[in-house]
Every structure is written in structure tokens, then in C-alpha cells.
Design a protein around this ligand. Structure first.
Ligand code: TLP
Length: 350
């Protein structure tokens, strides 16, 4: 089966599997797991922040970050196509008493400054209004096709947030894909946000885990919240050992995933009955099936039966995500399967 549903399907590398049993361990709730500490120090250094904390998932990393930034009854400004808004079970509202203010998302993943501005009440002293306490951005933007936010735009958001006295949180689940696409060190991308969450468990191929980075004071708050949310993990050095390899060995190879994604998009563009977004800066390809007689459901089912796993991800579009388990040959095979599924005889037989 060619697995293109997500880069969350990546399996730990051989090197990770060998490092795991050798990891030095301690109780991380006592702050005594040396491997977790090593991973946290490495993440903070790479992203150019004071401190970092190892989290069980991207969802909990975003949730704890939002709760650390936002008082109860305040609003978080969040893109209406983001993971935080759509796929994280409303956690900030449920656990943090935080109100989501969904902001329209541009096709390139940006939230317009003028749209952010509209979320601020004219009179902040009027007690009727919930007040904004945080701006969040997603970079690269998953549901917008892995689009990478330009550094100039990140600088604009940072300046706008500063003018309003608010922090910026970046959901950088795939921030290393952004840094590879822009060909800049990841710290250059990270410098525009006060806090960032990024995932080890996606393209970087670790089995489990995400990091939050920020100031030491902020990370101290997240540390408490992680415990409160049930994310204190004891001998989590077993997992951190894989995460260290993610950061040391798995970053540069993301360029291969990007090349494979572009190869897939180029092949899809030549396939009748498919409409593909050709702007593919990272590892995510979105397309629609326009062939007569095909719903996306039927297309996904027939691809699955032929050995290709893909899925719908919003608005009837199909998402294909490349990762370390996918080779150039897999991409060619996937294109072959798609062409066979859409072949004329089948369409005529509907
Ligand atoms: N995204 C998943 C699905 O939930 C859609 C995927 O397959 O892409 N931020 C971003 C930008 C994400 O894409 C995801 C996962 C998360 C956060 C949540 O991370 P986890 O799955 O570790 O909780």
C-alpha cells in the first residue's frame, strides 16, 4: 500500500529504533530525564529560543500554549482553516475558557492584517467585548496545500501584534519543511513568533511527540499546563531519543519529500479528470477529481482497492502527503494507479 494520507504515518528509522533502548532515563515529571533534557536543549537552540518542552502531541502542544498565553474569557485570533480551529476538538474553549475568533484564510495561508484588525473592538474598555489575547498562525499551512508564509509577512504579523500588545503563537507542526523550502535556518522562521509548536512525529519521522519553544518563563507555564492536561510522561526519554535523531538527521532529507510532492503534482496536472493545485512548496498536494461519474468517495475507494491510500481533507479536495516512507518510484506508481482508476473504460461503464 502506498500511504499518502499523511506524514503522520512515518515510521521510526532504524537509527531511532537502535537509540531507544540505549537512552538514559529518569522521571521527567521530576525534571530528571536526561534524554528529554537533551532534546529540549537541542530544540531551543535550533529554533533560537530560550527554552523548549517535549509534549505528547501537536494538539496538546497548541492547547497548552494557548492556555499559557490567554486568560479565560479572552479571544484567540485563529485562521478558519487551521488545525487549531478545525481538528483540535475545541480544546482551548473546553479546557481554557478561551473563545476562538475565526479569521478568513487566504489561499496562500495568510490572515490579512485588515481581517485581524477587525477582531479588535473599537472600545476596549467596554466590558461587553471579549478581548483578543493572542494571534495564531499556521506555517506551513496544511489545509492550504503546505503553503509557506513569507518572512516579510511574518514580520508584518509580528509588528501588528506588537502594536496591539499581543503575543504571536505559530503552529509550526511542519516548520522544518518551511525552513527547507525557504532555504533559511529554522530560527529565521521562528524569530517572528513568541511561541512555536512543532511536531517530531510528522515528516521528521519520530513515532510520537511535539515541542513547544519560547521564553523560559513561558515554557515554565507550559510545563505546569502539560501536567494539568495529563501530559506528564515519566521516562519519556525513550521517545525523546527518537526525537533527537529527528532533529539531527531527518531535517535535510525533507527536500526529497518536497521534490516527490512536486513530481506528484506535475503528474496529476497531466492526468485528465484531475484538477491540481500546482503551487506545492512543501510536501502536501491537493487536488480534485473532475472526471465524469466520480465522486471523491468513489475515487478514494477505488484507489485504495488498487493499492493507494489517500483521503479527502476539506471541501471535497483530496490531500496527498509525501514523507520518508515514500520514494520517487512510489509516486510514479501512485500516478499509474490514479490513471488506471480514471481510465476511459471505467468512466464509460458508470
Ligand atoms: N494534522 C493531521 C490531521 O489532524 C489533519 C494531519 O494529518 O495533517 N498542527 C498541524 C498544522 C497539523 O497538521 C496537525 C496534525 C497538528 C497540529 C496536530 O498534531 P497531532 O496529530 O500530533 O496532535
Amino acid at each position: 500500500m502506498i500511504e499518502l494520507r499523511s506524514d503522520t504515518f512515518t515510521l521510526p528509522t532504524q537509527e531511532m529504533l537502535e537509540a531507544i533502548p540505549k537512552a538514559a532515563l529518569g522521571d521527567d515529571i521530576y525534571g530528571e530525564d536526561p534524554t528529554v533534557k537533551q532534546l529540549e536543549a537541542l530544540a531551543a537552540k535550533m529554533l533560537g529560543k530560550e527554552a523548549a518542552i517535549f509534549m505528547p502531541s501537536g494538539t496538546m502542544a497548541n492547547l497548552a500554549s494557548l492556555m499559557a498565553h490567554c486568560p479565560r474569557g479572552s479571544k484567540v485570533l485563529v485562521g478558519n482553516e487551521t488545525d487549531i480551529y478545525i481538528y483540535e476538538a475545541g480544546g482551548a474553549a473546553v479546557c481554557g475558557g478561551i473563545m476562538y475568533e475565526p479569521i478568513p484564510t487566504q489561499p496562500d495561508g495568510r490572515l490579512l492584517i485588515e481581517d485581524l484588525e477587525k477582531a479588535f473592538p473599537d472600545d476596549t474598555t467596554d466590558p461587553q467585548f471579549a478581548l483578543p489575547s493572542l494571534i495564531t498562525i499556521e506555517n506551513p499551512h496544511n489545509r492550504m496545500g503546505g503553503k509557506v508564509l513569507p518572512l516579510s509577512y511574518l514580520a508584518e504579523v509580528q509588528a501588528f501584534a506588537k502594536s496591539k500588545g499581543l503575543p504571536v503563537h505559530m503552529d509550526g507542526a511542519r516548520i522544518f519543511n518551511a525552513s527547507i523550502a525557504l532555504d533559511v535556518p529554522v530560527a529565521e522562521v521562528a524569530q517572528y513568533a513568541d511561541s512555536i509548536q512543532f511536531c517530531l512525529s510528522k515528516g521528521l519521522s519520530a513515532p510520537v511527540g511535539s515541542m513547544v519553544v519560547g521564553t523560559a518563563e513561558f515554557i515554565e507555564k507550559v510545563y505546569r499546563l502539560r501536567k494539568m492536561l495529563g501530559g506528564g510522561m515519566r521516562q519519556s526519554g525513550l521517545l525523546a531519543a527518537a526525537g533527537i535523531i529527528s532533529l539531527e538527521k531527518m531535517v535535510n532529507r525533507l527536500a526529497d519529500d518536497h521534490a516527490n510532492a512536486r513530481r506528484l503534482a506535475a503528474g496529476l496536472a497531466e492526468t485528465p479528470g484531475i484538477e491540481v493545485d500546482m503551487d506545492v512548496p512543501t510536501n502536501i498536494v491537493f487536488f480534485r477529481v473532475t472526471a465524469a461519474g466520480f465522486t471523491w468517495q468513489r475515487f478514494v475507494e477505488e484507489c485504495y482497492a488498487a493499492g493507494l491510500n489517500i483521503a479527502e481533507l476539506g471541501h471535497g479536495r483530496i490531500r496527498a502527503v509525501t514523507h520518508s516512507g515514500i520514494t520517487e518510484q512510489d509516486i510514479d506508481q501512485a500516478l499509474e494507479i490514479i490513471r488506471q482508476v480514471l481510465s476511459t473504460e471505467k468512466v464509460l461503464s458508470v
